[in-house]
Write a protein of this length. Structure first.
Length: 244
């Protein structure tokens, strides 16, 4: 899969997290290609300006449409047809469902917003989608682009090396993952739950489901409200609540 990144700070992607660990190995194996493009190269003036003051007044600067649109037009022939995403706090919320949807694409172009935002005409007429990674403000879309690439790339075939791993993790349904433990069996008086040492896989699976439900109910009521609970789930919740 090809990821094209449009940014005014290409240096943020040099030697960074995209070149380490799983993503670095995926690129080395040719499973993922990340191409970073400097928007200043597509500016229309000799000073390579990519922003200007907002019409109507106000604080800060707004990213100009010309460099972004010229870059998109120049990149269009460089590979398969692309899905273009503008990263902005104004966009729809990026989640695991979006990551899965993107993982079926051959090419994703990520436009990194900056300053007070991007000229509205870019979002309206020149991209396929506007996306936000959360209800908070970053200094720019570069970190958001890294998050999107990481979330999408790990869903691609062969990237993780264990296809079942991505399927088993949180958010395949709107539920948090159950608690995880490893060695030592006891650490500073804190013991691993006995059920996990029992060897009874059916009992372990039941405990894990119960803990996942209880954790989601407590920590993420917004996700819990979206769960489709079976009769068995309801029984597990009642049992867990009575035990607490």
């Amino acid at each position: 899969m090809i990821f094209d990144i449009l940014t005014i700070f290409p240096g943020m992607f040099q030697g960074g997290p995209l070149n380490e660990s799983i993503l670095g190995k995926a690129q080395a194996r040719g499973l993922v290609t990340v191409r970073v493009h400097n928007l200043r190269d597509y500016a229309t003036d000799r000073h390579q300006m990519t922003d200007d003051r907002p019409f109507g007044g106000g604080e800060g600067m707004v990213m100009k449409p010309e460099p972004i649109v010229r870059a998109l037009e120049a990149l269009a022939p460089l590979g398969p047809s692309a899905h273009v995403v503008l990263l902005t706090p104004q966009g729809s919320l990026f989640d695991q469902a979006a990551a899965r949807r993107y993982s079926h694409l051959k090419r994703l172009v990520l436009v990194c917003g900056r300053y007070e935002g991007v000229d509205e005409r870019v979002g309206q007429y020149f991209v396929d989608e506007e996306v936000s990674i959360g209800d908070f403000i970053l200094t720019g879309g570069e970190l958001a682009a890294m998050v999107v690439i990481d979330a999408v790339a790990r869903l691609l075939p062969e990237v993780l090396g264990n296809e079942a791993s991505a399927e088993a993790e949180s958010f395949r349904e709107p539920i948090l993952e159950y608690p995880q433990y490893t060695r030592p069996q006891e650490f500073r008086g804190l013991k691993v739950p006995e059920v996990l040492l029992s060897g009874d896989h059916r009992r372990i699976a039941r405990w894990r489901r119960q803990q996942a439900l209880l954790r989601t109910q407590k920590r993420r009521p917004d996700l819990f409200a979206r769960l489709h609970l079976s009769e068995q789930d309801l029984a597990l919740l009642r049992e867990g609540e009575n035990a607490s």
